[in-house]
Design a protein around this ligand. Structure first.
Ligand code: AMP
Length: 307
């Protein structure tokens, strides 16, 4: 199934305890597309300025991503500056420059309007809504967001949430959005707005999937070296949505597997800066990591002493 994504394509300046990069290629839609491209055909909607390098564009083209919705206009590319302390779960935003996203008004092509699966990656909710309204009859729609939009565009954000099937959000932002410290209650409050499914991303502690029936826990892979967590959430969403679109099913069982696939993809992303770790993945690498996840979480029957 075709998977459409709208989100940021960015130049990120990131500092972690292990290094620093300036104007590294990133953005929610960039990570998402790279990750989802291992599973299905991706259509990208975003805008970059004249200063955006050609290399990532060539990379995405090579991965079969449809870039007819990636506009290049006069002005500068969206920029995000952030930093991580030793707690790599929490990015601190130092600066956000919307630049060309400030007046981006996407008009979808006829082909894009027919997309089956839609992901509204982290970007201004007004833009998420503009894109969603143009898709004619999507089978499954999911979205992400962040603190900036929770603080500045609350009403628009709630409107988008009420129109999607799934919200994928990180733990701190879920708490902030719901004004609730308990993540289970926070997820419930989000589900009350409309989405059937809520996934709470918990960084190195994995992800929780809330469905109408139950809760599922997916761990994060315990890596020895986590270099740069930037984009882990978007890479997670790319794996999750790519898997769902590939299998064309959106039931309970598929949601669980898709959440694990998301964790598998995110575990690669954090090993290198920018989208580097997503460049040369293949079937074997993905399957091997998936098997490691299976071992990580499987245990036998409990036999009680008195049996
Ligand atoms: P994450 O997956 O949460 O680590 O997302 C990191 C990416 O989000 C970075 O590559 C940033 O360029 C992008 N980003 C940060 N702030 C924003 C924002 N306000 N709108 C859209 N994208 C953003």
């Amino acid at each position: 199934m075709s998977l459409l994504v709208v989100g940021s394509v960015a130049l990120d300046s990131v500092e972690t305890p292990f290094g620093k990069v300036e104007d590294a290629v990133g953005g929610s839609a960039m990570y998402f597309s790279a990750s989802a491209s291992y599973y299905t055909d991706v259509r990208l909607v975003a805008v970059v300025g004249q200063d955006f390098p050609q290399e990532p564009v060539t990379f995405l083209e090579g991965r079969g991503v449809d870039l007819s919705g990636l506009h290049r206009t006069d002005g500068e590319t969206f920029r995000w500056k952030g930093k991580y302390g030793f707690d790599l779960n929490e990015a601190i935003t130092l600066d956000t420059q919307l630049n060309v996203f400030g007046d981006f008004d996407p008009v979808l092509s006829e082909e894009y309007r027919q997309s089956d699966v839609v992901f509204l990656a982290n970007i201004d909710p007004t833009l998420q809504l503009k894109v969603l309204e143009q898709v004619e009859n999507p089978r499954f729609v999911a979205m992400d967001t962040m603190n900036l939009w929770i603080n500045t565009k609350r009403d628009e954000l709630e409107k988008v949430m009420s129109k999607v099937d799934m919200v994928v959000i990180n733990e701190t932002e879920a708490r902030m959005f719901a004004d609730e410290s308990n993540v289970v209650v926070a997820a419930q409050k989000i589900r009350e707005l409309g989405p059937q499914f809520v996934v709470i991303k918990r960084g190195e502690y994995g992800a929780l999937l809330f469905t109408p029936e139950d809760v599922f826990f997916a761990p994060a892979y315990p890596l020895e070296e986590v270099f740069d967590p930037t984009g882990a959430g978007d890479t997670f969403a790319g794996g999750l949505m790519g898997y769902l679109a590939r299998n064309e099913k959106f039931g309970h069982h598929e949601m669980r597997l898709a959440t694990i696939v998301g964790c598998v993809m995110a575990s690669f992303d954090v090993e290198k800066f920018s989208y580097e770790a997503l460049v040369d993945l293949d079937r074997d690498k993905i399957f091997n990591r998936f098997e490691k996840f299976r071992k990580l979480t499987s245990f036998g029957e409990l036999s009680l002493i008195d049996d």
